[in-house]
Unconditional design. Structure first.
Length: 149
């Protein structure tokens, strides 16, 4: 995944997420993506409370998922989320990888658009409440000599 800012979680696929075919039901993947997205947004200090307080809502307007191999009960997986676009919309790319082998099991992305909370007006450009935080995060990593990840 080519992303400027990334975050990762590790989880074990729980029994309640398994369907009658013995694999994780496809809808549960979105919960895993949400956990990784929340970790990513906390990294730039723009988690859901900060979004609300900034006066913007960020509904998901598009998703795409490519299921490569199924997840199974008790499997340890890494869910990686990365911001790949933030000028006109917020695009977050995801990968789910096997915790042991590192094999890619799933790829996905979500697209969120800013909506001003006061009047529900769609914003055609991401507001500085988001972009300034991303730029600060990127600048902080560069000043520390780190590569964005």
């Amino acid at each position: 995944m080519k992303a400027d800012i990334r975050a990762e979680i590790t989880l074990e696929v729980p029994f309640q997420d398994i369907d009658a075919m013995g694999v994780a039901w496809h809808g549960n993947y979105f919960r895993y993506f949400e956990e990784a997205r929340a970790r990513l947004l906390r990294r730039i200090d723009y988690d859901y409370p900060q979004m609300r307080d900034s006066g913007y809502m960020w509904p998901i307007v598009d998703t795409r998922v490519k299921y490569v191999r199924p997840l199974t009960y008790a499997q340890t997986v890494r869910v990686i989320a990365g911001i790949t676009e933030w000028e006109n919309r917020l695009r977050i790319d995801y990968e789910i990888r096997d915790g042991e082998s590192g094999d890619r099991l799933c790829r996905a992305h979500t697209i969120q658009c800013a909506v001003r909370a006061a009047d529900h007006e769609l914003q055609l450009v991401c507001p500085p409440e988001l972009t300034d935080r991303i730029e600060a995060c990127l600048a902080g990593e560069k000043s520390q000599g780190e590569s964005p990840s």
